[in-house]
Design a protein around this ligand. Structure first.
Ligand code: FAD
Length: 438
């Protein structure tokens, strides 16, 4: 283990863990400092009665290649970690019923086949969706100047019903930002990676365990077995610099020396740590310019024999947006209702929100009894707001200060705020550090 260059990672979310794994894998000694009592950050486990659930239902797709590579590296087997499902989108609303199954053809024909055979779309809507998809494929899912997803859709004459039943829910689910303000460039990147390369990339992966077991716990094991160190409940309060070179960090009264410090914290925390240093104020301001979007998850515990036909169901025209049947994760009868983005539900009393969501589910499933237990989790800063022009705001991993690095879903990965974005950023950051050390 090489400890000639001391390396501190600040933050034990998926980005910080990925940086630490990649560095320890290359024989470097790392100290990871996490302010919370557990690892995982915005993708962590939580207790719910006797169960262990997540701070929000997370969905992986098979296109998350770096996440899957790192999981394999630390000893996880994909088939033990995930249930793999071919993409099947079911969206239901008062006047909507859309069913889209991607076929067995190679990409992107599988999407074309799915749109052509979708239930709930008129011939005209299918033709317009196909025309649009063909255009995206032929243009490499790229567009030179950014605009909103809504503008992109209207420039390609997507009919109102198709927009409301398919494109808007897809945009909100993947970018966690309403289509009217969401970046078309990032949306196209998601569509390319999901539908444009390999058929299997669009497969859904549902974690069999809670999010803690899915990565943070085995990652901690791997990092500590490799001789590196993880300290929980260790909040970094100050970044130490000598002129324009990093020298370490402070945790209250304690100070730790380091040649390299990776800030793997969300932008608003990074801003606070950078702001006291004059030479870092432009970067602090850049991080301060990020906006955020919330995600609300409502867990409803029904009797164990309660289940849906599919692992997930989209709901249109209701406060509830997606319902996940956690039978797939070995939690029969437990439904996770997800609401992405802002709305009146953020201010609503928890009990009233549970009542509303339960009533909406009862419309779809009139035979279900009332849920026996519930839990509402509102993550106010779940993701950065993936707005038009966001790519110009996102910093890289390197900074103008020697030894100071950034990692996290907000860095310039081209991805929206996702686990894959966080992991890619962490791995990329580690590679840059290794290149500099060598
Ligand atoms: C409810 C919800 C649902 C989501 N759904 C999905 C999904 O379905 N699919 C998907 O791919 N992504 C999803 N995401 C997004 C995904 O969770 C995030 O993009 C990802 O977890 C971000 O990881 P990160 O490491 O960049 O940041 P974080 O997870 O925020 O990690 C930062 C870490 O730094 C720690 N920290 C902060 N300050 C300090 C300090 N001063 N000192 C030390 N440590 C500090 C924090 O405690 C945290 O552990 C969802 C997010 C939420 C909240």
């Amino acid at each position: 283990m090489d400890s000639a260059n001391s390396i501190i990672v600040v933050g034990g979310g998926w980005a910080g863990l990925s940086t630490a794994i990649e560095l320890t894998q290359q024989g470097k000694h790392v100290t990871l400092l996490e302010s919370a009592r557990q690892l995982g950050g915005r993708a962590r486990r939580l207790p719910f009665g006797p169960l262990s659930v997540d701070n929000g239902q997370h969905l992986f797709i098979a296109a998350y290649s770096e996440t899957l590579r790192l999981m394999k590296l630390i000893g996880l087997k994909e088939d033990e970690a995930f249930v793999r499902l071919t993409l099947k989108l079911m969206l239901k609303g008062k006047d909507t019923q859309l069913e889209l199954n991607t076929g067995k053809l190679p990409a992107p024909l599988h999407l074309g086949w799915g749109l052509l055979n979708a239930r709930g779309l008129s011939r005209y809507e299918k033709a317009q969706a196909l025309r649009f998809s063909m255009h995206l494929y032929l243009s490499g899912f790229r567009q030179k100047t950014d605009c909103s997803v809504s503008e992109l859709l209207s420039a390609h004459n997507q009919p109102a019903n198709l927009v409301a039943a398919l494109w808007e829910p897809l945009c909100l689910a993947t970018l966690n930002t309403p289509a009217a303000q969401a970046s078309a460039q990032v949306f196209l990147r998601v569509l390319r990676d999901t539908f444009g390369l390999r058929r299997s990339d669009s497969d859904l992966l549902i974690s069999r365990s809670d999010l803690g077991g899915a990565f943070p716990a085995p990652a901690m094991d791997f990092i500590e077995r490799s001789g590196s160190c993880i300290r929980l409940a260790s909040r970094v309060t100050e970044l130490k610099l000598d002129k324009n070179v990093v020298t370490g960090v402070c945790l209250g009264d304690e100070s730790l020396k380091a040649d390299h410090v990776i800030l793997a914290v969300p932008p608003h925390i990074g801003q606070k740590l950078l702001a006291p240093h004059k030479q870092l104020s432009p970067l602090a301001e850049q991080l301060g310019a990020f906006d955020y979007q919330p995600i609300t998850t409502i867990y409803l515990q029904y009797p164990e024999d309660t289940h849906m036909e599919t692992a997930m169901l989209g709901m249109v025209g209701t406060v509830s947006q997606w319902v996940f049947d956690r039978t797939t994760c070995g939690q029969p009868g437990l439904m996770a209702v997800v609401i992405s983005g802002p709305g009146a539900h953020m201010q609503q009393d928890k009990e009233a929100l549970v009542q509303q969501v339960t009533a909406e589910l009862a419309e779809q499933f009139p035979h279900w009894p009332a849920p026996a237990d519930n839990m509402v989790i509102r993550e106010k800063r779940a993701t950065f707001s993936c707005d038009v022009g966001i790519e110009q705001l996102r910093p890289g991993n390197t900074t103008a200060t020697r030894g100071l690095w950034l990692a996290g879903d907000f860095t310039a990965t081209g991805y929206p705020a996702t686990l894959e974005g966080a992991v890619r950023s962490g791995v990329q950051c580690a590679k840059r550090i290794l290149a500099q050390i060598q």
